[in-house]
Design a protein around this ligand. Structure first.
Ligand code: UT7
Length: 331
């Protein structure tokens, strides 16, 4: 198959992680768990937790500033600002508008994408379409997640899994550079929404004292079912994105998967036929930062020299919705 010519490239990335490190032992002092259980079942050793005053928009803006600086982009040059978040700072307006105000991107159209952990992959694809249609020259895709604000800190089956952080990417027309998005495969299945959701707090079940007492406004997850679907969906998305890009698993220099659980990452890599020495892992240090996981991993991989100019990279993610997707990218 003829390899596609990228229409847009990722010009630069950035990240922000809160300073506060919470270890498994710290959590074991709060809920009935242990470092051993968390490490062996998930691969997580510690995660970052943002203080109350640091909002998703603050983290997103910090990651975006770094990406813009590296790309040499001024705030006024941004045409479209897409923020993916499962933890908007408030329900109205969008977190994207709050990020826009912090950055001073006054010429941009700004809006949120709700695709949970797949949000960065969705955001990149939307940015690609917008720029391909000739509607602008610079897109900013920001994934900002304050998961600590929506987990139930008394539920050991979920609170040990998540962390806070943000990642960002500046996307621009590739202009024949050969760099950029080779293919993108996105999917979702709303029939499985209740496997991972926040039952209350929205219009269907507004906040009441009863809701607060039973904590149904916080994250609920059927872990085992989500696990099975995650492996199946990410493997499928990885296959299709590679096919569409005219690549095979051997061509992939680095797999950058969503960081929910080391066992999910290992199973996905195995299905995709990519050995673990070509898979980026940071779930041990940050836990699951929802949509921020992929861009933070991408940014660290570039910084560590694991991705070099001309390398083919495969990003793959999965999350609530259910949503999933993969992007093949030439760096
Ligand atoms: O971002 C995308 C969405 N999220 C994911 O992709 C997460 C997908 N799911 C998972 O990663 C795994 O299912 C978990 C890590 C959440 C759970 O691992 P598991 O191997 O599926 O465990 P389990 O839910 O089947 O629970 C096994 C046991 C249970 O005890 P019993 O019923 O066997 O006595 C749980 O009560 O482990 C118990 N357990 C814990 N024990 C100590 C659950 N959470 C904990 C805990 N510490 N934190």
């Amino acid at each position: 198959m003829r390899k596609p010519e990228p229409i847009v490239e990722v010009a630069a990335t950035g990240r922000y992680l809160p300073d506060c490190v919470v270890t498994n032992d710290d959590l074991a002092r709060r809920v009935d768990t242990s470092d051993e259980w968390i490490r062996t079942r998930t691969g997580i050793r510690e995660r970052r937790i943002a203080p109350a005053e640091v909002l998703a928009a603050d983290m997103g803006a910090a990651a975006a500033r770094q990406a813009m600086e590296r790309a040499g982009v001024e705030p006024g040059e941004v045409d479209i600002l897409i923020v993916s978040t499962a933890t908007p700072d408030r329900w109205l307006p969008s977190t994207a508008c709050d990020v826009q105000a912090r950055l001073g991107c006054s010429n941009a159209v700004a809006f949120d994408v709700m695709a949970a952990c797949s949000g960065f992959i969705y955001g990149l694809s939307i940015a690609e379409g917008y720029l391909a249609a000739g509607r602008g020259e610079v897109a900013l895709v920001v994934s900002a997640e304050k998961m600590s604000s929506i987990v139930d800190w008394d539920d050991r089956s979920t609170c040990v899994l998540f962390g806070d952080g943000a990642g960002a990417a500046v996307v621009r027309p590739a202009n024949g550079s050969g760099r950029g998005i080779l293919s993108s495969h996105l999917r979702s299945d709303g029939n499985l929404a209740n496997l991972l959701h926040r039952p209350a707090g929205g219009a269907a079940m507004p906040l009441t004292e009863a809701v607060l007492a039973e904590r149904s406004h916080l994250v609920r997850m059927e872990g085992r079912e989500v696990f099975k679907n995650a492996v199946r969906s990410m493997a499928e998305a990885a296959d299709l994105a590679l096919q569409q890009a005219g690549l095979t698993a051997d061509d992939v220099e680095l797999l950058v998967p969503h960081q929910a659980n080391i066992r999910i990452i290992e199973a996905t890599a195995k299905y995709a036929g990519i050995p673990m020495d070509r898979v980026f892992v940071n779930v041990d240090r940050y836990g699951n930062m929802s949509s921020a996981s992929v861009p933070v991993a991408l940014d660290e991989a570039v910084e560590q020299g694991r991705i070099k100019a001309g390398d083919d990279v495969l990003m793959v993610a999965f999350g609530a919705g259910l949503t999933w997707g993969a992007t093949a990218l030439r760096w």
